[in-house]
Write a protein that binds this ligand. Structure first.
Ligand SMILES: *Cc1c(COP(=O)(O)O)cnc(C)c1O
Length: 396
């Protein structure tokens, strides 16, 4: 697109010269980093181009909110990595989740969510139920083909998360997708845990893959962004309408930060995986810990499905302390860690820890011991283990 930006003025006042330049940088510049295009206003070549420009199929630029070369490039790269055809960016992972719900659900519809769903997605379900006349119902994440019994004539969407948040159960995606598709229901997968690297959602049958790019794609603990990837054009178009109507723009600088993280994502992911398995195996050997909720460990519900469907694991897992330890004691363990930050979100270089009160976020939580979640960063795993050992000594 060659845009005639600057009509040559015969005479310009100083103020107009300050606003308009006659300079155009020479073309032919090439470098690996993508260009960062900042724009609210996008300039059209002429009125005809303005009238015919289509934002929806990304053949033209119409407004900063609807895409720039920077955001189109990130979307194309993410679709390519996931094995999808289309991608839309959102200002956070949660915004991407909300975009799916607003695109696909209307009053009278029903949506199914796993009981271990990312908790803000559960909160969104509560809002849909209370204020929008949509029913959000929760299913056992290990339900598999049994989900068929929950599908109603008004069910439009099934959310899946592999593994689910905090308690880490691994769902049987092919079984859920088969039951859903037999009834014309779409399946969305929150694929954040393995960044689309160790679990190939489209190959298992899901219709929409969602990512919190905030995590491994960025890797820097410095940006919030989400993505929705699809193969089906009609599904993408519905999401794109919601994207436009809700004004889901992302900043060019943030899109750049995510693209800066992408080339090292797989190497970082593999390092997180190896370190997390080493730390988890050490925790498994400790008498203070009864259960290691890491999908690569037999303790984890759905471990056999992880072995069947995944090619690796993320750096995020949980453990359950022996029930003889009170929350006061396990809080002392968490506060005694020196290399683990206490904070939400994950996927960056720094290890993190977070204790959870499971009865507040699950319907029928049976575990009696305290659950603590770890994000294993890129530190030397032996140093993390030594830190955990000294913190476990403070339990008593
Ligand atoms: C972090 C996360 C999200 C939300 O991402 P944000 O960018 O923080 O909104 C969604 N799903 C899962 C599984 C997550 O871990």
């Amino acid at each position: 697109m060659t845009t005639k930006l600057l009509p040559k003025l015969l005479a310009k006042s100083l103020q107009t010269t300050i606003v308009h330049t006659d300079y155009t940088a020479p073309g032919g510049f090439a470098a690996y980093p993508p260009a960062i295009h900042h724009a609210s206003t996008v300039l059209f070549e002429n009125v005809a181009a303005m009238r015919s420009g289509q934002w929806k199929d990304k053949t033209a630029y119409t407004y900063g909110l609807h895409g720039t070369p920077t955001t189109f490039t990130l979307e194309a790269r993410l679709a390519e990595i996931e094995g999808g055809s289309h991608c839309l960016l959102a200002p956070s992972g949660l915004a991407a989740i909300a975009m799916v719900d607003f695109a696909l659900l209307k009053t009278g519809d029903d949506v199914l969510l796993p009981d271990n769903v990312y908790n803000p997605n559960r909160e969104l379900g509560r809002w849909l139920t209370n204020d929008f006349g949509i029913t959000a119902r929760y299913y056992d994440p290990l339900i598999g083909a049994g989900i068929a019994d929950l599908i109603q004539p008004n069910t439009r969407l099934i959310w899946t998360e592999a593994p689910g948040s905090v308690s880490m159960e691994v769902p049987d995606l092919p079984a859920i997708c088969a039951a859903a598709h037999a009834r014309g229901v779409l399946v969305a997968l929150d694929n954040t845990w393995s960044a689309g690297l160790a679990l190939r959602g489209f190959e298992l049958g899901v219709d929409i893959v969602m990512h919190a790019l905030t995590k491994y794609q960025s890797g820097g603990s410095d940006v919030l962004m989400g993505a929705l990837i699809t193969r089906d054009r009609a599904v993408h178009d519905r999401l794109a309408m919601a994207h436009m109507r809700l004004g889901m723009g992302v900043s060019a600088d943030d899109a750049y930060l995510v693209m800066r993280g992408l080339p090292t994502m797989k190497l970082r992911f593999e390092a997180h995986d190896a370190a997390a398995r080493k730390v988890a195996a050490w925790l498994k050997s400790r008498p203070e810990i009864t259960t290691v909720l890491h999908p690569a460990f037999e303790d984890c519900p759905g471990h056999a499905i992880w072995r069947r469907d995944f090619t690796g694991a993320g750096g995020l897992f949980s453990v359950i302390f022996d029930e003889r330890y009170t929350e006061e004691q396990t809080d002392r363990f968490v506060d005694s860690l020196t290399l683990f930050g206490l904070g939400y979100s994950w996927g960056g270089a720094n290890s993190l820890v977070m204790p959870y009160r499971m009865t507040a976020i699950r319907r029928n939580w049976q575990g009696r011991g305290v659950l603590v979640r770890f994000n294993i960063g890129l530190e030397e795993p032996d140093d993390l283990i030594a830190d955990m050992a000294q913190a476990l000594d403070r339990l008593n």
